[in-house]
Design a protein around this ligand. Structure first.
Ligand code: PRP
Length: 214
């Protein structure tokens, strides 16, 4: 079988700690400790496969434009980016959490336009539009939970895992927008051109995921 060169973009941080064991189970192992190095592009045990390690929000961009053939990114960032240019063939079932609306306990505001703070402005815009609600979106990049406390926004749209961050800031989860986990995405052109290599990796990853959840 001919082995085409392949670049896989992985999300750095906590997702990476859960991604690497699955890749190791699928026989893809970086040749150095990615947590110790400042490098962004790593060789692996497979001569034709390289791993890029970047911010999650950049993974869909690299894969859409084909600079990376495949990637691992949270479903939240995939939804926010939009899925033009790539397929999403596999749920790795890691980094599972929920994308939710959240706000102060007993909050009710029916007349004025709700002010929503979020880093997921595209998702929030679509979600509230689907509900026929007029909202004002305020883009923040972190510490969203402060926005209702300080009067910047009425509610937030954010990732909820344990719910501790919301609780510690006097907020509670309201509506579920989407169940989130990390997904493998594949550039559409790469899927055609490098089909056998990519299918081989996907099938090994599929087995690794089944083992990890059994
Ligand atoms: C996420 C999210 C919440 C927190 C929720 O932030 O934005 O702040 O986790 O987790 P919990 O429900 O278990 O308390 P993260 O720590 O990923 O950092 P970020 O703000 O950089 O996304």
């Amino acid at each position: 079988m001919k082995s085409e060169n392949l670049v896989i973009a992985l999300t750095k941080g906590r997702i990476l700690e859960e991604t690497l064991p699955l890749f190791a189970e699928a026989d893809i192992v970086p040749t150095e400790d990615v947590f110790e190095s400042r490098k962004l592009l790593f060789d692996t045990n497979l001569e034709n496969v390289k791993l890029m390690i970047i911010r999650g929000s950049d993974v869909p961009t690299y894969v859409e434009f084909g600079s990376a053939d495949m990637g691992v990114a949270g479903k939240d960032l995939i939804l926010e980016h939009g899925n033009n240019g790539f397929y999403e063939p596999l749920d790795l079932r890691i980094a599972q959490c929920r994308l939710m609306t959240a706000g102060p306990k007993n909050f009710s505001k029916s007349s004025d336009r709700l002010k929503i703070a979020t880093k997921f402005t595209n998702i929030a815009k679509q979600y509230f539009a689907d509900q026929g609600k007029q909202v004002e979106l305020i883009k923040l990049n972190g510490a969203l939970e402060l926005a209702p406390l300080l009067g910047l926004a009425d509610c937030i749209v954010d990732i909820v895992d344990t719910g501790k961050t919301l609780k510690a800031n006097g907020l509670e989860p309201k509506q579920l927008i989407a169940e989130i986990s990390s997904r493998v995405i594949v550039n559409k052109a790469s899927m055609k051109i490098k089909n056998s290599t990519i299918r081989g990796i996907l099938s090994k990853l599929r087995v690794a995921v089944s083992k990890s959840i059994s």
